[in-house]
Ligand binder design. Structure first.
Ligand SMILES: Cc1cc2nc3c(=O)[nH]c(=O)nc-3n(C[C@H](O)[C@H](O)[C@H](O)COP(=O)(O)OP(=O)(O)OC[C@H]3O[C@@H](n4cnc5c(N)ncnc54)[C@H](O)[C@@H]3O)c2cc1C
Length: 374
């Protein structure tokens, strides 16, 4: 039986542990905190799942596979993880990300509906789209209950035989993993450590970790999701979702924030993020401009230079792999990315070059057009 140690029980590591144990591997999954813990990127209340990725097809296909896998996980666990409320793209030009997405999704057989901004106003209790060229509705999209999903995937992996090891892991000189006083060894070791990966492998994992804020505003029940869809304003670098599970309307300023230490830096909300979110609400969803802030989170992005993920063999230790660089859009891919990585581990094939350790050439961001703040 092949064996693996997976370090990191976020959605990347947790999904991989589940995938491998399902394929008959002997799996140890290590984390220094309980799955779904508040510091991890995978512990947000919700994460968007959408197929649109501009001109790219790899990620479109990955999301389509992931959607099926998420549904299967719901059946297996009995948990409600995916809310298919749709995602509306707010296009500021006729020729940008949304038009490219529309073209590619049509070619891939993914349904979309083009709406005039006035027609899109029927989707939200309050909406102003005067500045928009058009809106693109992806009906087969929505949101995932991220923290619930992370905990469910890890529980399922454990119920199928994965061993959970609690403690801080360090790379051992022989390619194994030291956790407290124990050395774990296996045929394959995968480090899926999210925002912590660059500190563990500074020479190899060239990721920038940034501080991102998520704000939830109290709103009348007409804002409940579903039916209110999620939305992405790609060029304005804002996205959000209606009131899911009574936590308020979520609004995220998506410009890449300042560098962030996920262990030590403050997670208190900033006045600037609230002011930015309110200015956006006043423009796009005017009735919410003065809504009370009811809930907020600070969460780390682990960014590659081009927002493609990181899936790579360690250059000096061929049985050690690095998995991360979710770049603010990785969650939805968890189960399909795990399927992809497990396939590589079993076949010995090398990953697609785009996921490599080398220099990345910045292109169109796969998240929004959010750029560094400074
Ligand atoms: C604000 C925000 C909004 C986002 N929105 C979306 C969205 O709408 N849609 C979407 O698809 N994605 C979104 N993402 C991205 C998505 O959340 C991440 O890509 C994904 O959760 C990354 O998962 P991960 O497993 O790589 O990292 P994490 O979830 O951070 O997990 C890493 C784990 O490794 C563990 N670990 C680290 N070091 C060690 C060690 N030495 N020993 C033991 N354990 C260790 C940590 O404790 C942690 O549990 C968003 C991210 C943020 C921050």
């Amino acid at each position: 039986m092949p064996s693996a140690v997976v370090v990191g029980a976020g959605i990347f590591g947790g999904s991989l542990a589940h995938e491998l144990v399902e394929r008959g591997w002997d799996v140890s999954l290590v984390d220094r905190y309980p799955p779904g813990h508040v510091r991890a990127a995978s512990s947000g209340e919700s994460r968007l799942i959408r197929a649109a990725h501009g001109s790219d097809t790899w990620y479109v296909r990955s999301v389509r596979r992931a959607w099926e896998r998420w549904r299967r996980l719901e059946e297996e666990t009995g948990a409600s993880l995916l809310e298919p409320c749709g995602v509306v793209w707010l296009a500021q030009s006729e020729t940008g990300w949304e038009a490219e997405s529309e073209r590619v999704l049509a070619a891939e057989g993914v349904p979309t509906e083009r709406l005039a901004p006035d027609d899109a106003s029927s989707l939200f209790p309050s909406f102003s789209g005067d500045d928009l060229a058009f809106c693109l509705l992806e009906p087969a999209a929505g949101v995932l209950r991220a923290r619930d999903a992370t905990r469910a995937v890890v529980s399922l992996a454990r119920s199928k035989g994965a061993r959970f090891v609690g403690g801080e892991a360090r790379p051992a000189p022989d390619g194994g993993v030291d956790v407290e006083d124990e050395r774990l060894t296996a045929d394959v070791v995968v480090w899926a450590c999210g925002a912590w990966l660059p500190a563990i492998f500074p020479a190899e994992a060239r990721l920038r970790v940034t501080r991102q804020e998520v704000l939830h505003f109290g709103a009348p029940i007409a804002w409940e999701t579903p039916p209110v869809p999620a939305w992405v304003d790609y060029d304005a670098a804002f996205y959000g979702v209606g009131d899911l599970d009574g936590r308020g309307v979520k609004v995220c300023p998506d410009r890449e924030g300042p560098d962030f230490d996920a262990d030590r830096d403050s997670r208190a909300p900033s006045e600037q993020a609230e002011a930015d979110a309110r200015a956006y609400l006043a423009r796009r969803f005017p009735a919410l401009a003065d809504a009370p802030l009811v809930f907020s989170r600070v969460c780390p992005y682990a960014l590659t230079g081009d927002t493609n993920f990181l899936v790579a063999r360690h250059p000096e230790q061929p049985r050690v792999w690095l998995l991360g660089g979710g770049s603010g859009h990785g969650f939805k891919h968890g189960p399909s990315l795990a399927e992809y990585v497990a396939g590589l581990l079993e076949s010995g094939d090398e990953p697609d070059e785009r996921f490599g350790l080398g220099e990345r050439r910045p292109g169109a961001s796969l998240r929004t057009a959010g750029t560094p703040s400074d």
